[in-house]
Ligand binder design. Structure first.
Ligand code: 8ZB
Length: 484
């Protein structure tokens, strides 16, 4: 198989569909025509694209938690709680790890054991096992749009069931839900699986049902330079649009330096509009509060959460994905989850009418991110001989696309990021990223400034120190100044 960025024809899609729907008994509940009618009757306020369009028009930033538990009633109660006590604008359903790996037998056991124990023993909601009707129970219990959030290289059946089940937004992509999540699945394979998901969404669109797709911006979540996540997000956006997707939210994970982060969200908007100009798509943005290691202390965690909220508001991201004070420990209680939302809401409200002053520094940072992203994407396009899917596969082989700290054996893993003296994420190792000398020189100079300030050499130790810094109460990993 060589994957191509070309819209699938109905024959190819329908043949695969039979196979997909047979993967688990609940696949039989999917009746596409009936699902279209179900969506036609959904209240307007439960359609994600409506909420996103309204927020984008008014320059508002929506707040969204992550949440998912094993038992249906408990999951419904959780979502209602986050809406009522956390004032979430839009809700998620986070899928458990077994389902993400297509291990539905084990998910089934997880449900049974959770029922026995009377509490969730899975780390998310096993939507495939529950099937279409039970997904609709979730949707009908709340009064806002609900998105599927997961981490699944092969999400074909999950998409069939949840979209037929009334979810109006589906996270992920062929690169962003493979490279950070899987070791052994080729990029080609996961792009192919995700073309199916995108084509499915495209077919809903062709039937008048507006759905949203959101590539997973943060990737590994730790010190990912903006140009890397921008390049991958834009490629996934292009692949989705080719299959008929009309509404795309591109994501970015907070790095921690305000100017770099605002520059990142602004350039994500500008670059994606530029690269997707030939497609009729609505583009919006999702800002993820810090995705790396968190402090254990809840008060410190609220500091991190609030700084993410401030950055989201100042960058005018369409949506912010909210962390909780339990982040360092795992799946949060619903109370902690609502607290993260309320802290975020407070800051967003206080900043919504303020703007970042356009400064030379901000403009310079934007220019750098744009040049870097364009240089990467040009090379991807060249390697693919004009085909973004082929280009993506070959770019990973060549290390032209390279995600730091990713488990995938199809990722070169040669680049190394480190913070500069103001905490912006720079490149310590370029691997095979195709930057020109001017950009390489810029990164070297920025890291040299930090080295001088800390009176040490630029080295791998900085990378390690930076990985742990926020969890230890800092942004830049200067080993002399931990507070925790
Ligand atoms: C890649 C996403 C990781 C983030 C959170 C983690 C982390 C995962 C759940 C969840 C609430 C869940 N996360 N699963 N949050 N409920 N079932 O996603 O804590 O922040």
């Amino acid at each position: 198989m060589e994957v191509q960025n070309k819209k699938w024809d109905m024959k190819k899609f329908s043949e695969m569909r039979q196979e997909v729907l047979n993967q688990w008994p609940t696949g039989k509940e999917v009746d596409f025509e009936e699902a279209v009618r179900y969506h036609q009757n959904l209240p307007k306020n439960q359609i994600m694209t409506n909420k996103l369009r309204e927020a984008a028009t008014k320059n508002n930033t929506l707040i969204q938690p992550r949440a998912g538990v094993a038992l249906l009633d408990e999951h419904i109660e959780l979502l209602k709680f986050l809406r009522q006590k956390g004032k979430a604008d839009v809700l998620p359903t986070t899928i458990d790890s077994y389902t993400r790996q297509n291990r539905y037998e084990e998910a089934e056991k997880g449900i049974k054991e959770s029922e026995k124990a009377g509490r969730s023993l899975l780390n998310g909601f096993p939507a495939v096992n529950y099937g279409v009707k039970k997904c609709r129970k979730v949707i009908e219990s709340v009064d806002c749009p609900v998105q599927v959030r997961h981490g699944t290289p092969d999400a074909r059946l999950l998409a069939e069931i949840t979209l037929a089940g009334g979810f109006t937004d589906f996270e992920g992509g062929g690169i962003s839900y493979n490279v950070p999540y899987a070791k052994k699945i080729s990029i080609e394979q996961s792009i192919y699986y995700w073309q199916y998901v995108d084509r499915l969404v495209g077919i809903y669109e062709e039937n008048g049902i507006s759905l949203n797709r959101e590539p997973f911006g943060p990737l590994t979540g730790t010190l990912v330079p903006p140009c890397i996540s921008h390049s991958i997000g834009i490629i996934e956006g292009l692949l989705a649009a080719e299959q008929g997707v009309r509404n795309i939210t591109l994501g970015y994970g907070q790095c921690g330096n305000l100017i770099q982060d605002v520059a990142a969200v602004e350039t994500l908007k500008e670059l994606s509009a530029e690269y997707l100009k030939d497609y009729d798509v609505m583009l919006t943005t999702a800002f993820h509060q810090w995705m790396g290691g968190f402090p254990q202390d809840e008060a410190q965690a609220f500091g991190v959460i609030s700084w993410g909220a401030a950055t989201a508001a100042l960058s005018k991201a369409t949506k912010v994905i909210v962390k909780t004070p339990h982040e360092a420990f795992g799946v949060p209680t619903k109370e902690a989850n609502a607290e993260g939302l309320r802290a975020t809401r407070q800051v967003i409200n206080m900043l919504k009418d303020q703007r970042m002053i356009s400064s030379q520094e901000l403009e310079k940072e934007k220019e750098i991110i744009k040049r870097e992203t364009r240089q990467i994407l040009s090379k991807v396009y060249e390697l693919g001989e004009g085909d973004w899917a082929k280009g993506a596969v070959r770019a990973f082989e060549a290390g032209v696309l390279d995600v730091p700290f990713a488990p995938s054996q199809f990722n070169a893993g040669k680049i190394l990021p480190a913070r500069d003296n103001s905490g912006a994420v720079r490149f310590l190792n370029f691997g095979s990223i195709p930057f020109d000398d001017k950009i390489k020189e810029f990164h070297r100079r920025k890291l040299a400034e930090r080295a001088k300030a800390e009176n040490r050499e630029v080295s791998f130790q900085m990378v390690i120190d930076d990985i742990y810094a926020i969890g230890q109460g800092m942004l830049v990993g200067r080993m002399d100044s931990k507070i925790a």
